[in-house]
Design a binder for this molecule. Structure first.
Ligand code: BTN
Length: 334
């Protein structure tokens, strides 16, 4: 966790903005805080990046319209209908990666179902060594410790089920129309809204624990995304036209995921994959799959009974168990 020496100045600006009932000029704020108008402008920009909604109007100045909702353990745990997911919820202001944090805690003995959340990540990890964009206060960065009695080859199913849980929540609680891009990306109108990174630890035969990392773009605005993500990523706020409570969403995802996880332990793979298939519409899409350094080109035929992707390639049918899929041409439209 870090703090910046600009923190107290931002706090003072916030206090001054809160004291005003409406607009207050940059000049007056500057006088109050002993700063120039230009510094006030820069600090207002910082506050906006932290999730504060501040209106700015020429000649009138600034007005604080809304403060961001902080992640809150009580809000998440109150009425949470899970048996063991979320029994302990840890929240940090800033970590390098919630997956790294949870992994370290799991090595020290943290229990199954413990949840690790952060307001920001300095080194959010994506799949295949990519970086996960993790601005403060806007999104969900959550890692969950699982101690499944599963052989390592079945661990990828956990990512599939976590993405299914998110898709079901987006559909049933927020009225969105999500698609699952194999193995575990959640898309809305073709743009990524959630990514999942499962990291396992254990012996060749048995998994000791899995850290299941879930990143959901919640209240981040399109214009605040890096340029390279603006065309390929979206958020709940962008799709719904209003902000969403992150505490509520964390709660709903835990409640949706726990029963799926328990059903997997009971061997209900087929039913679970059928549910996954309801959001999987990649059949007929032309894809490039990178698997262990090789690129395979093919057309998606479907999923097998273990959740592997079945491709039709020039060399014949091919099953892919893990890998990264790039879609050259979608067969379905959003
Ligand atoms: C992907 O590339 O699609 C996977 C992204 C996973 C991001 C989440 S955010 C919470 C957890 N902590 C991380 O560092 N990564 C995962």
């Amino acid at each position: 966790m870090t703090s910046s020496n600009k923190g107290p100045r931002l706090e003072k600006l916030l206090k001054a903005l809160r004291e005003e009932k409406g607009f207050v000029s940059g000049e007056r704020l500057g006088e109050k805080l002993g700063l120039t108008r230009a510094s006030i402008w820069k600090m207002v920009k910082k506050l906006k990046e932290k999730g504060y909604t501040i209106a700015s109007k020429p000649k009138m100045g600034y007005a604080l319209l809304r403060e961001p909702e902080a992640l809150n353990e009580l809000a998440i745990r109150e009425g949470l209908s899970c048996t063991f997911f979320g029994k302990k919820v840890h929240i940090a202001q800033e970590v390098n990666s919630t997956n790294t944090w949870a992994f370290e805690e799991a090595l020290k003995g943290a229990e199954e179902g413990e949840v690790f959340l952060a307001e920001a990540q300095t080194h959010g990890k994506g799949r295949l060594g990519r970086v996960w964009f993790s601005p403060p206060h806007r999104n969900i960065y959550m890692s969950l410790i699982l101690r499944p009695k599963l052989p390592p080859r079945k661990v990828p199913l956990l990512g599939l089920l976590a993405s299914l849980a998110v898709a079901e929540v987006l559909k049933h609680s927020y009225g969105l129309n999500p698609f699952l891009k194999w193995p575990n990306d959640v898309l809305v109108k073709g743009k990524k809204i959630c990514g999942i990174l499962a990291e396992a630890y254990g012996e060749a035969e048995m998994t000791s624990f899995v850290v299941l990392g879930i990143g959901i773009n919640v209240n981040v605005k399109r214009m605040d995304l890096p340029a390279e993500l603006q065309e390929i990523a979206t958020s709940l706020a962008e799709e719904l036209g209003h902000e969403v409570s992150r505490n509520e969403l964390v709660k709903k995802v835990l409640e949706a995921f726990e029963p799926l996880y328990l059903d997997l332990g009971l061997g209900k793979e087929k039913e679970l994959l059928d549910r996954y298939k309801a959001y999987f519409h990649m059949e007929g899409s032309e894809v490039l799959v990178e698997e262990f350094g090789h690129v395979i080109e093919g057309v998606v035929e479907g999923l097998d009974e273990e959740g592997a992707l079945i491709l039709r390639t020039l060399q014949g049918p091919k099953k892919v168990f893990a890998g990264d899929v790039r879609v050259k041409k979608w067969a379905n439209s959003w």
